[in-house]
Design a protein around this ligand. Structure first.
Ligand SMILES: C[S@@+](CC[C@H](N)C(=O)[O-])C[C@H]1O[C@@H](n2cnc3c(N)ncnc32)[C@H](O)[C@@H]1O
Length: 367
């Protein structure tokens, strides 16, 4: 009896996670993924092995746990994109919104036909690399370059595939005002001009004419993604919501830019990696920039404290010829815009540069 009751609680929890995810998707502009999550919340059937194992999920299925609904949505989108489930693909964007009963039937048949592949997908946490954040990060680099006047050595924490570590290779529209990347060196094949990232910008502009020179780039992630591998590229695309065509297009173009001149992201825990790659002593006339986006909340307090303490102690050794910057675009709280902050040493003054949509759809610079 108690076993049956606990099973019931778990499946209510899983169904509830799908409903909760549907609400998030509605707020974040993905009505299709919202519909898919609602259909799954109602329609997952414990009579089928795979669906039963989803309903019996042993961890926390919710958005602050294992994000089970996004694992499943990613698996289904991956199958659709790979051309393996034509009847389901016919109900996916860009086709018009599907009738929920037809959608459920097509989803269940896809799950049944590709159960092993779906199980494999469910084993991994969803992982994204949102290049919509690049306008904010580039604006921060320009601000730092304008203030310090030196080439930048970049260090990205939680870099995922490193697509924001090459933000200077993309073209931008800051509202009506364009910014173009410097021409690559002679003989360098460069695909980046294909990407133009548009951000609805308000407030003043960042110093768009600042001389931006990137001396070096290093990034780390606990699960780095390598976009020269087609399987990893397909996985990154699958986690983008199927009705968010602009995000899909810019991710695809950014991955091509990365493939044409790859930056290898190192495997590591940021709280251990940073002290190893950022010693207090540094060469003169370069600015070291440590940056991250939508990463901080993944750390436990001890890891956050370790990174902040290391930056403070390296910052204490900084000088006008050896500046250190800490730039971060992080969530301020539920239902709050993300905040772009800059701490610059020597001095360690800390300021808010912008408030922005977490995917970079809009930014309010110094407002
Ligand atoms: C939400 S993603 C953001 C990725 C990227 N910064 C962006 O803006 O698209 C968070 C990333 O942080 C990584 N991560 C989480 N904790 C980490 C840690 N302790 N050390 C290194 N990477 C970590 C995850 O693997 C994931 O790639």
């Amino acid at each position: 009896m108690s076993q049956r009751r606990s099973d019931l609680d778990i499946s209510v929890g899983v169904r509830g996670a799908f409903v909760g995810q549907a609400r998030f998707c509605e707020q974040l502009g993905s009505p299709f993924t919202a519909l898919l999550c609602r259909v799954l919340a109602d329609g997952l059937d414990p009579g089928n092995d795979l669906e039963r194992s989803i309903l019996d999920w042993r961890g926390d299925p919710g958005p602050f746990g294992d994000s089970l609904p996004l694992r499943l949505a990613g698996a289904l989108h991956g199958l659709v994109r790979a051309g393996r489930v034509p009847p389901l693909a016919a109900l996916y964007p860009p086709h018009p919104p599907a009738d929920p009963r037809r959608l459920l039937a097509a989803v269940r048949s896809a799950l049944c036909e590709h159960a092993d592949l779906v199980r494999e997908f469910l084993r991994h946490p969803p992982q994204t690399n949102e290049v919509g954040r690049a306008p904010l990060l580039l604006a921060g680099w320009l601000e730092i370059a304008a203030r310090t006047g030196y080439p930048l050595c970049l260090f990205e924490l939680g870099a995922s595939a490193g697509l924001n570590l090459i933000a200077d290779r993309y073209a931008y529209q800051f509202g009506d005002v364009p910014w173009r990347p410097a021409a690559p060196g002679p003989g360098v094949h460069e695909a980046s001009a294909e990407v133009t990232l548009a951000c609805s910008w308000s407030g003043s502009l960042p110093p768009l004419d600042a001389p931006l020179q990137i001396r070096s780039r290093r990034g780390c992630d606990r699960h780095p993604l390598d976009v020269t591998d087609p399987v990893q590229r397909a996985r990154l695309m699958a986690y983008v919501w199927a009705d968010q065509g602009v995000r899909l297009e810019r991710l695809d173009a950014a991955m091509r830019a990365m493939q044409s001149r790859p930056v290898l992201i190192e495997t590591g825990e940021a709280q251990q990696w940073l002290p190893a790659v950022l010693p207090p002593a540094s060469e003169p006339n370069v600015t070291r920039v440590v940056f991250h986006s939508i990463f901080w909340s993944y750390l436990d307090p001890a890891a956050q404290q370790r990174i902040a303490a290391h930056l403070a102690s390296v910052g204490a050794a900084a000088s006008a010829e050896r500046p250190l910057a800490w730039l971060r675009l992080e969530l301020a709280g539920r239902d709050e815009p993300a905040v772009l902050r800059l701490t610059l040493w020597p001095g360690g003054a800390d300021e808010v540069l912008a408030r922005a949509h977490p995917h970079g759809a809009y930014a309010r610079w110094r407002e």
